[in-house]
Design a protein around this ligand. Structure first.
Ligand SMILES: Nc1nc2c(ncn2[C@@H]2O[C@H](COP(=O)(O)OP(=O)(O)OP(=O)(O)O)[C@@H](O)[C@H]2O)c(=O)[nH]1
Ligand SMILES: [Mg+2]
Length: 277
């Protein structure tokens, strides 16, 4: 078996339920939810297409709505949360709307997503509507408002024991954030991502072919984020090669390892913590 096949079979054979049993966990998670976050147009949806074609060893197909260059008007293509289960694995990937600068309202939305308050397939909204609706509901304007609002909040995208969340930041190599944006990103990782997931995000730097000098570069050197420089396959350049295949599979293995670390932190606990210290 070559290295790529070997990685592929490790991913397919990882069984979260079995692993939880081996660790004697007191609850049984069944899926790893890889949540993508990042700037508008930096390659999140394309990365999902890469996961599919490499894991299934098929030709590149645009399953997750990669933006074509003609469509790319800077407005953002993905506007809703979209769920993509990876066949025959315990992994799912959640595509996200790209943000502009990781400002507070954008981080609030992402926080709500991690708490399971954003329904899959619903539009992602950076206006802070959750906060507004929560305050409104709490003010008891009418007894109906509370239940009506709650019916819109769908807790399936389980913040709970069923799901281990693995955060992935997708950033284009060559991106030059200003100081404020970098500080926003740092805050996002330390005050939103880590407390909700128990890990720092994996960082995938896309468009590596244009910026080979970014190999080994850390966007947030103060944080222990594993970073991968990647040439995504995309519609106009979709011929597969073993190097890219290997990096894609290594990213998935890193996601599994991240989830495994979270499981180990849950040994002895009755439930997955709502917040990690
Ligand atoms: N050259 C190159 N182009 C890429 C790479 N990854 C993505 N692209 C291109 O970048 C553009 C944006 O990619 P998307 O996957 O749509 O980006 P996104 O982050 O999902 O964008 P939004 O949904 O709009 O936030 C598309 O035209 C892709 O073909 C890469 O690694 N190299
Ligand atoms: Mg997209």
């Amino acid at each position: 078996m070559n290295n790529v096949d070997n990685l592929r079979s490790r991913i397919k054979s990882y069984n979260l339920r079995r692993r939880s049993g081996d660790l004697n966990l007191r609850f049984t998670p069944t899926k790893i939810s890889i949540r993508l976050f990042g700037m508008l147009g930096h390659g999140k949806s394309t990365l999902i297409n890469n996961f599919f074609c490499v894991l299934n060893n098929t030709e590149y197909r645009n399953i997750a709505d990669e933006t074509s260059p003609e469509e790319s008007d800077g407005g953002g293509k993905t506007m809703a949360l979209r769920l993509y289960p990876l066949d025959n694995t315990c992994l799912e990937i959640v595509d996200n709307r790209g943000c502009n600068e990781f400002k507070y309202s954008e981080q609030t939305e992402f926080r709500n997503q991690m708490e399971g308050k954003r329904r899959v397939n619903s539009s992602v909204n950076f206006q802070g509507d959750f906060t507004a609706s929560f305050q409104w509901a709490e003010s008891y304007v009418s007894p109906w408002s509370w239940s009506e609002r709650w019916s819109h909040w769908y807790f399936n995208e389980s913040p709970s024991d069923d799901t281990i969340i693995v955060p992935v930041l997708v950033i284009r190599a060559g991106w030059t954030p200003n100081k404020k944006m970098l500080s926003n990103l740092h805050k996002f990782c330390t005050t939103v991502v880590y407390p909700h997931t128990g890990v720092y995000p994996l960082i995938v730097l896309t468009c590596g072919q244009e910026r080979p000098e970014w190999e080994g570069r850390h966007i947030l050197p103060q944080l222990p984020c594993s970073t991968y420089l990647l040439n995504n396959y995309y519609e106009r350049s979709s011929e597969r090669n073993p190097n890219t295949d290997q990096i894609i599979l290594e990213i998935l293995i890193a996601c599994i390892n991240c989830a495994d670390n979270v499981l180990k932190r849950c040994i002895g606990l009755a439930h997955k913590p709502v917040f990690f210290q």
